[in-house]
Structure formats: C-alpha cells, structure tokens
Design a protein around this ligand. Structure first.
Ligand code: FAD
Length: 383
C-alpha cells in the first residue's frame, strides 16, 4: 500500500463513493475504504428516493449529481405516485409524490463502480481507524497511510466524526422487514404516526411492487418505555387497525436494523485535514429520515472541496459554508419541524390535532422542510 495519497475516503455508501468518484475524476489519487466484504450489503435502508424533479423542490439550491438524476432502470425496483400519511386515529391524507424505490445494494455497488471506473482504488472488507494523522487499515487490506485529506463518510456511528471531537449524534433507531405476500397499495408510500405503534417516530410501508414491501419503524429510545423494537414492529404488523389488514398475512424475507441521525448537521464537519459527509455529518432530513439525496450531494461537495484545497484554491474551512449553501436551510428547518412535532409525539390526542390542522398540501410542504402557518402558530396544541 502506498503510504502517501491525496485523499482517503472512509465508507463506501452513497456519500463516500460519490466523494471518491469526484476526486478520481479530477485525476487525483483516492482510496475508498469500506469494512463491508461486499459493498452495499447488508442493506440498511428502505430505498425510497423521490424523482429528481421532486428533489429539486426539496433542495432547490443543491446541484444534483447525475447519480441522483439518472439511475439505471435495473436499480429501480418500483415507482410510487403518492405519499399517504395516517394519523393515530386512522384518518389519512395523501398528496402526489413521484418516488423511486431503489435496490440499495445495487445502487451502492453502482456508485462504488463509478468511483472505480473514474480511477479510485476501492478496498472492501477493510476497516479504517484514525491514529493521529494516519489512517490504519485492517482486515483484507492492511497498512498505514498518510492521506493529505480524509473524508469521513462512515455513517451514523462515524469514527472520523468522533476523532474530530463531535459528541454522539442524536439518532432514531430503525427496524425494517422486507415482507412478501402482503396486500399493499403498490402506488403509495405510507407513513403511520402513533404512540403505540411507532413511539417518537413513524412506521412506514414502502412498496417494492406487487405483494412486496419494506415495512419498518423508526423510533426514539426515550419514547419506547423499554420495549424491544421487534415487539413494536410486530405489533404494528399484526395489530394496527389499518396496516394489519395489509401486512398480517405476509412473510418476512429479510430483517434490517440501523440508526438514522435526527439532529441535523454535527457541530464540526471540518477539522484540520478531515471532512464529514452524509450520515457521518448528520446530513439526513429530520422530517422523513431520508438521507440518500443529501449524502450524494454532500459527497460531491466534499470531493470538490478536497480537490480545490489540494490545488491551493480553497481553504478547507470553507467546506461547511459550501454545504450550507446547498441544503443547509432545508436541513436546519427539518430539525426545527421535528422539534415542533416532538410535542405532538407525546400523545395521540395532540398528534390527531396537528394532523387535523394541516391540509394535504401543507403536509407535503412539511415533508419538503417548509413550515406552514398552522404548524408554526401552534394553535393546534390548544385546539
Ligand atoms: C432502516 C433504514 C431505512 C432507511 N430508509 C431510507 C429511505 O427509504 N430513503 C432514504 O433516503 N434514506 C433512508 N435511510 C437513511 C439512509 O440509508 C442513509 O441516510 C444513507 O445510507 C447515508 O449514506 P452514507 O453514505 O452517508 O452512509 P452509509 O450508507 O451508512 O455508508 C457508510 C459506510 O461506511 C462504512 N464504514 C463505517 N465505519 C467504517 C470504518 N471504520 N472503516 C471502513 N468502513 C466503514 C460502512 O460499512 C458503510 O458502508 C434509512 C436508514 C435506515 C437505517
């Protein structure tokens, strides 16, 4: 292993592979390291990604990489037309959202393959550990490297973030099953709010076509009263008055677990020669838990910042403001919304009142991290 390298990227998820492709395309040397034996596997995602024109409304100032715009059809398992949101009382409101449901394993492999084709060296089955200014590699590839720049794209448990002094992130905890033989509406991605079935978060049904769906819960431990995730998800599938009609007869094909950052951008996203991108940096919309689009955009910005810095054109300290320009306002508003909705999470009565106060179009704007008047006014709390 060559010791001196321009850029090392830790983590080959959407953020890391995009960063590595960006750097490699400039002709600079870049290593892309992931501890997974097979990039993209195991999957820890529902795979829901709005179509590019929807993403432009979600992040109007972000330059969307081609890999968010033109995804090979073989990677798109299914398309949805609606987003449907259920209140605890079982009312629903729906609005049009054009969604793609990705095969995340194939998408991550596609992004890593693009990085490799651009010239990145990819090291799977290899764990990276920061030791002072070096990166120690262990596992399939071993050695110690001294990159000029380190991009931490190592997900919600990020070791690079810890090395930069960030505290542990605020996260939601998720459990998701892939279910077959279910009786779902294949046109709608659904969210269910309820203290009993998804405490402190929501449950989802993301159709994969025909009778298949990713069914999960993303909840917060402070709301769970010590219950196990599997107990709560099992209750949602078997007992929820509406969801159980769709899911109770199904069979579980796979089980996925993971964390989703919910507190917005970490305090420090750049320190000395280190940058953070994607989940590692808290780049996840707190209103939905959606992190794929932000990870890809942030990966591109991190890659560009590394190139510009190594060419002497930019101080690395500018990275944080470049990220803010692309999606900072939307991300911080999504955290503000999450904190407002946290009040409603305390009781189904409040959640029902908030639900009743919002029209379907206003709900759509909330999902796009905008704050409609009925939410901002707080009138629903006393109503
Ligand atoms: C159950 C669940 C469902 C979700 N559903 C959706 C959804 O439907 N739509 C959506 O947009 N988002 C969803 N998300 C969020 C989304 O998956 C993430 O936001 C996205 O994967 C972030 O990409 P990333 O590249 O930042 O990090 P990751 O995809 O987490 O990639 C980080 C990579 O770093 C590697 N790594 C970590 N530490 C090291 C180390 N020390 N050395 C080497 N490699 C390391 C890991 O192996 C991993 O491959 C979901 C998350 C969960 C948990």
């Amino acid at each position: 292993m060559k010791e001196d390298i321009a850029v090392a990227v830790v983590g080959a998820g959407p953020a890391g592979s995009t960063a590595a492709e960006t750097v490699a395309a400039s002709g600079m040397e870049v290593l892309l390291v992931d501890r997974k034996s097979e990039i993209g596997s195991p999957v820890q995602c529902g795979g829901f990604l709005p179509e590019a024109f929807e993403l432009e409304k979600l992040m109007p100032r972000a330059r969307l990489p081609l890999t968010l715009r033109e995804i090979p059809e073989r990677i798109i398992l299914h398309r949805t037309q609606w987003q449907r949101i259920y209140s605890p009382s079982g009312e629903y409101k729906q609005f049009a959202v054009a969604g793609r449901v990705l095969d995340r394993r194939a998408y991550d492999r596609h992004l890593a393959a693009r990085a490799a084709s651009a010239g990145a060296r990819v090291l799977p089955a290899t764990r990276a550990r920061l030791v002072e200014s070096s990166v120690r590699l262990s596992g399939h590839f071993r050695g110690e490297i001294r990159p000029q720049i380190i991009i931490g794209a190592d997900g919600p448990h990020s070791a690079v973030s810890r090395a930069m002094g960030n505290p542990v992130q605020e996260t939601g905890i998720c459990l998701e099953y892939e279910i077959v033989d279910a009786n779902i509406d294949a046109k709608a991605a659904e969210m269910y709010f309820s203290a009993r079935y998804a405490p402190g978060g929501y449950a989802w049904i993301i159709p994969l076509g025909q009778d298949r769906a990713n069914v999960g819960i993303g909840v917060r431990s402070s709301y769970m009263a010590g219950e196990k995730l599997s107990v709560i998800l099992g209750r949602f599938i078997r007992e929820h008055p509406i969801a159980s009609e769709k899911l109770a007869g199904g069979e579980v094909l796979s089980v996925m677990k993971g964390l989703v950052p919910s507190g917005g951008t970490c305090g420090v996203v750049q320190k000395s020669n280190m940058l953070l991108a994607g989940d590692a940096a808290g780049h996840v919309m707190a209103t939905s838990g959606g992190g794929i689009p932000l990870a890809v955009v942030a990966g591109r910005v991190a890659g560009e910042a590394a190139i510009a810095h190594l060419r002497g054109e930019m101080a690395l300290g500018e990275y944080a403001s470049r990220i803010r320009e692309e999606f900072g306002a939307q991300l911080s508003r999504s955290v503000r919304i999450r904190k407002m909705v946290d009040v409603a999470m305390k009781s189904d009565r409040l959640m029902n009142a908030l639900f009743a106060a919002l029209s379907p179009e206003q709900m759509k704007s909330v999902m796009r991290a905008q704050i409609p008047l009925p939410l901002a006014s707080g009138a629903w709390i006393s109503g």
